[in-house]
Design a protein around this ligand. Structure first.
Ligand code: CA
Length: 217
């Protein structure tokens, strides 16, 4: 899952980005509203964490102008919890919000729920045959045994499972798994798919030749 974190306070930006990367997200960052709007329009993020008070262009304007072209789920980071702010956020097309100072645990929970909802998955543990994908624990079980996956393998499984029975193109995989800091060596999707099949069975992922991949279960 690839997210954009927009925050002009450098320490907070660093902590949030590092926490999400540790959790396996690909994370892009922006420190002002113009950079945020540019990236939000340029890339297909799974979610955007958007601060309200930003230099150059405030969070409300970023949200409004992005919503003209994109449906990307947005979690607003607001400084005040007032009815006026909440109404304004929902009217402007925000999907959820957290109030500063927020706990990183709460932020991560809201983000997971937001990404699941936008993919049409209400439950946190998704079952495909004898495979269970736990999107909270970020682990995969087959029967009762935990299957050891690398962070990238897990991220790919989660992306495919959240869009199960739908074709996920190679472009979509590149857009959602790798962030602006990744080098090209981590982008070997075929290798990751092959490794996942060794661990979860050949039939777990179906290749649509020349198009992409699908989990049919
Ligand atoms: Ca700010």
């Amino acid at each position: 899952m690839r997210v954009l974190v927009v925050e002009d306070e450098p320490d907070l930006l660093r902590v949030v980005a590092a926490t999400l990367r540790e959790d396996g997200y690909a994370v892009d960052t922006a420190a002002d509203g113009e950079e945020a709007l540019f990236k939000a329009k340029a890339w297909e993020y799974d979610a955007i964490l958007l601060d309200v008070m930003l230099p150059k262009l405030d969070g409300w304007s970023v949200l409004r102008r992005m919503r003209e072209v994109k449906r990307t789920p947005v979690l607003m980071l607001t400084a005040r919890d007032t009815v006026g702010d909440r109404v304004r956020g929902l009217d402007a097309g925000a999907d959820d919000y957290v109030v500063k100072p927020f706990s990183l645990t709460e932020l991560k929970a809201r983000l997971r729920a937001l990404i699941r909802r936008s993919a049409g998955q209400a439950v946190a543990v998704i079952e495909i045959g004898d495979v269970q994908v736990d999107t909270i624990g970020k682990l995969v079980k087959r029967g009762d045994a935990i299957v050891p996956l690398t962070a990238t393998e897990y991220a790919l499984v989660e992306l495919l499972v959240l869009h199960r029975q739908k074709l996920v193109t190679r472009t979509t995989i590149y857009d959602h798994l790798f962030d602006e800091q990744d080098d090209s060596l981590s982008n070997l999707v075929d290798v990751h798919v092959s490794n996942i099949r060794k661990k979860l069975g050949r039939d777990f992922i179906t290749t649509r030749r020349g198009l992409g991949y699908v989990i049919e279960g």
